[in-house]
Design a protein around this ligand. Structure first.
Ligand code: SF4
Ligand code: SF4
Length: 296
């Protein structure tokens, strides 16, 4: 059996990525099981999803604690000790990271002993879809690492994307983006392990600590400690030569994280700016530029 765990943030498409992989495996004749696990938070909060793939019926249930493959859609998750995405990766397993770092740099930076595959799928998504939505792209990466075929992935993306999108052109772009990621990854060997029979053909969920599903809400007064701006795709950058100091951006920021410096110009607290870019949209003179964050 192959056990795959996906980590990302709410809104990036973690659940659909796990479904694309499961559906591709199913189209190829395997038994497949996929499901997400949401915490009690919001868009941008750490999300986990799981896919099991097997030649035999899957009787195992519950979260995947010891994955063979870990797919990380958002590199900033690696800096979050509460999300702990690398936990209990099997020996001989594989970690994929959506990053601008090379595999060697990412391996060293995050101290990963097992094999690391790195690719900037956010860039591919922005180029093909025009949005940082990573679901089908991460599904493409995972399908390649799992050793599935191109035609199975194509059919899976069409099925899964058509269930959430009515625009046929966007479905076709998702197929293109998924295949682009699929072929950007070299085929590799992944060590699989035996299916586990837990004693009952009915759902038999092993106990898992609450920290896995609600990692950030078990202490009081922790909100000021959370840096809510650590998962931006773009950040606003001010050009003071154009700025008229009208203060529209200060008033419109939904996070209230734009302050004014001693010269009367606005600046943001990047630890908490979530990159919504409302300030960029609202500035009447175009004095704020959106700039891609390239490294976590
Ligand atoms: S990008 Fe959004 S959160 Fe950040 S400063 Fe602009 S309005 Fe505020
Ligand atoms: S909205 Fe634009 S012009 Fe007005 S203060 Fe902000 S950056 Fe300056």
């Amino acid at each position: 059996m192959l056990r795959v765990r996906f980590h990302g943030r709410g809104g990036q498409g973690v659940k659909v990525a796990s479904r694309v992989l499961g559906t591709a495996a199913f189209f190829e004749g395997y038994h497949a099981q996929d499901f997400p696990l949401y915490g009690a938070e919001r868009r941008g909060a750490p999300i986990t999803a799981f896919t099991r793939i097997s030649h035999v019926p899957i009787l195992e249930r519950g979260v995947i604690s010891e994955p063979d493959i870990i797919i990380i859609l958002d590199e900033t998750i690696l800096n979050d000790p509460l999300a702990n995405p690398l936990s209990r990766l099997k020996e001989g397993g594989v970690v994929f990271i959506n990053t601008t770092h090379s595999p060697a740099d990412a391996k060293e930076k995050y101290k990963i002993a097992e094999q690391v595959i790195a690719l900037d799928i956010t860039k591919i998504s922005l180029e093909i879809l025009g949005l940082p939505v990573l679901s089908t792209l991460a599904g493409g990466v995972a399908s390649r690492i799992a050793g599935l075929r191109e035609d199975s992935l194509k059919k899976a993306v069409e099925k899964e994307a058509s269930e959430i999108l009515t625009d046929k052109e966007l479905v076709a772009k998702n197929r293109e983006a998924a295949l682009s990621c699929f072929y950007a990854i070299q085929p590799i060997e992944v060590k699989t392990s035996e299916a586990v029979f837990l004693g009952s053909p009915v759902a038999n969920v092993p106990f898992e600590p609450a920290m896995i599903s609600s990692p950030a809400i078990n202490t009081t007064g922790n909100t000021p400690l959370r840096r809510t701006g650590n998962w931006r795709v773009f950040k606003p950058v001010w050009n003071y030569e154009s700025c008229t100091r009208c203060m529209t951006c200060v008033a419109r920021c939904p996070d209230g994280c734009i302050a004014v410096n001693e010269d009367g110009f606005p600046f943001t607290d990047y630890d908490n700016c979530k990159g919504c870019l409302i300030c960029v949209e609202e500035c009447p003179v175009g004095a704020i530029e959106k700039v891609r964050e390239v490294h976590a």
